[in-house]
Design a binder for this molecule. Sequence first.
Ligand code: DGJ
Length: 735
Amino acid sequence: MIFYNESTREFHLQAKNVSYIFTVLRNNQLGHLYYGKKLRHRDSFDHLHKEKPRSNTSSVFEGDESFSLDVQKQEFPSYGTTDYREPAYQILQSNGSRITNLEYKSHKIYKGKKPLEGLPATYVEDENEASTLEISLYDKLIDVEILLSYTVFEAYNAITRSVQFVNHGQEEVSLTRALSASVDFFDSDYEMVQLSGSWSRERHIKQRKLVPGMQSISSARGASGTQQNPFLALKRPAADEHQGEVYGFSFVYSGNFLAQVEVDQYDVSRMMMGINPFDFNWLLESGESFQAPEVVMVYSDKGLNDMSQTYHELYRKRLARGKWRDKERPVLTNNWEGTYFDFDEQKILEIAGASKELGVELFVLDDGWFGKRDDDTTSLGDWFVDKRKLPNGVTGLAKQVNELGMDFGLWFEPEMVSKKSELYSAHPEWVIHVPERSLSHGRNQYVLDFSRKEVVDYIYRSMAEILSKAPISYVKWDMNRYMTEIFSVDLPASRQRELPHRYILGVYELYERLTSDFPDVLFESCASGGARFDPGMLHYAPQTWTSDDTDAVERLKIQYGTSLVYPVSSIGAHVSDVPNHQVGRITSLDTRANVAYFGAFGYELDVTKMSEEDRDKVKHQIRFYKENRRLILNGTFYRLESPFAGDGNVTSWMVVSEDKREALVGRYQILSLPNTGFKRILLQGLDKELEYSIEGLKGTFFGDELMYAGIQLDQFPDEIRATDFSSQIFKLSAK
Ligand code: DGJ
C-alpha cells in the first residue's frame, strides 16, 4: 500500500510488516520521517517531524532563521546549502556551480513496477504484487528533473528504490555523484554488517559498531568484487540470527559501488548506496537522462535469518528470470580441477561416461577448448574450437555427450582477450587501455571495451554461432580480472569516467541478448570464483560459481556468508578432490558432499580416478541430492550456528519445506574435541504440532521439541564425532 496525505504532503509506504514515511519539507525538498516496523496509517505524521536548528553553528535558510537542513532527516539529500553531510547526488553545471535546489513537483502512484531500461531489477508478474510511487523533483534554474521511484512488494518486507536524472535544459550538466538510495536513521545504535573477503575466501561476515563519521565499503575494480559485496545491513546490537531489528540494503548492480553510513553530530545515521562516485562522472547533454540502478531494502524485526529469507524468496522468484528460475538444477560434473587445460575429446568422454554411471546429468567443459589455449597465456577472444583437442568440434563432442544420456555445458570468458589471439591482432583498439602507456594485465589477459557496441556485437555473434550449432544446455560465463588503465579510445574526453558503467551496461546487454535468444540454456555466472556474486548477475544467470575454494571447511564460511543475501539455489557448490587444490586439506568425501548439498550441486574432479568405494558413495550422494533438491533449492533456509561466532568450530544450518513437513539439517564440526559435554542443535522453522521422524534415529519428535529442546547429539555413534572435519545430515519427515 502507498498512501499520500494531501494536506501534510506525506507519503506512507507500507509493505507486509514495514512502514517507510517521508514528507515534503517547508522548502519543498523531501524530508525523511520513519523507516521501521509497520505503523497504522493516519492523516498526519507531522509529530514525527522537528525543524528547529539545534546548534549556533547551523547555517539557516535565507529569510527563514528556523530552517536548516543540518538538522533535517532528508530523503534524497543534496550538499551545499545547509547540510554538511555527504549527499546522494551532485550536479555540476556549466558555470562550475554544484548547488542545486530540487523541489517536489509532482508524484504518481500506480500498481505494478516498471522495468529499468538496460539494467537488472526486481519485477512483478502480476501488477497486484506491488505498487510504485514515482516522485518528480525539479530544479527550475537549471531545468533538471530527478525521478525517485519506490516499489512496495505486498507479500514481502521489501521496498525497492531507483533514481533517474533528466536534463531538460539547453545546457549540459554532469553528474559527479548519482547514488540510488539514502536513508537517514533516527539514531546510531547499530552494527554494520558486511560481506568481505578476497579470492578463495569470499563473503565472510564482518560487523562493526557504528561510530561518528564515515564507515563505508566499495569497489573501484570495474566489478562488484570479492573484497566487498554490494550489500550492508544495519542491525541493533542485540539482534542476532533469530530476533531483533535488521535493515538490509542490497544493490542490484555488478560494477563499482559504494555503500556507506555517515553518523552525524546528532547521532543520525545516513545510509547511502549506489554507483561509486570515485572516478565517476556522467555527462548529461540537453535532453539526456541517466538511470541509476536499483537498491532493495529489506526490513526485519526477527533477525538476520528473516531478512535473508526475504532476500532469498524475492531474488529467487522476482529477480532471477527464465525457464531455469523455478526448475530443479542438474547435478553436474565440471572438468576444471580434474584436467585443467590438459584434455582431449577422449579424456572428456571418459570423464563424462564415468559421471553418467554415477547419476550426473550435465557435463560441463571448462576453460581450454578454444583457440590454442594450453595455458592461461593465449586465445581468449578466439571463440572457435581447438581441433587438436576436439577433432569433432564442440558440436561433435556435445552430441557424443548427449548420446551418453547427459546434457552438455560450455565455459566462456566473453569479456576478455589475450594478446596472443587473432582477435587482439585484428583489434588491439578494442581493449580498455590508455594509448602510449604501459598496460597492466591480470592472468595474462585484457579487458574488452564493452562500452563499444561493435565489441558486444562481435562477441554475441561468436557465442551465438556456437550456441546455435551445438546442443548446449548450460553456459558458465567467467570473468577473471579487474580493470586497470581505464580508458576507451572510442569515448570523448568528457565521457571517460563513464566507461566502467558503460562497460557493465554492455555486459548486461550481452546477457540479455543471449538469455533471450537461447532461453533453454542455464547460465551460471562466475568471476574467478565469486568475484561478481551480486544481484545484478542473478537477473540473467540464476546461479553463480560461489568460490574457487571448494575445501569443505572453507566453504562453511563462504556459503554461510553468501546466504546472508543470496538464495541456496544461486550458490554453485561442488565436491572436489583431496588434498584440496586451494588449501591442501584432506576432508572426507561425505563431508565435502554434506557441505555442497546446500547449493546447486556438482562434482569438480576426474571421476575416472576415483576408487570403487568412492564411486559407490558418489552414486549414493547423487541419489540423495536428487531426492532432496526440490526441498534444498526451494525451501526456507535457516542459519543455526555460525562459523564466525566464538571459535567457529561448529556450523549448522537447515532448510525447511514450504509446508514444513520436510527438513534437512547440516551440522559440521571442524576439529574433533576430547571429552566435551553433550551437544544439541536447536532447529528452526518447523511446525510445533507436527510429529517428525529423523532418518537413522529411533522414535519420533514433535516440532516444538526439536526447536526448543533440539536434536540431542549424544544419540549418535561415536565415530561420527571422533574425527576432524566431521559432518552430519539429518533428514526430517512429518508423519
Ligand atoms: C576461474 C573459475 O572460477 C574456475 O572455476 C575456472 O573456470 C577457471 N577460471 C578457468 O580458467
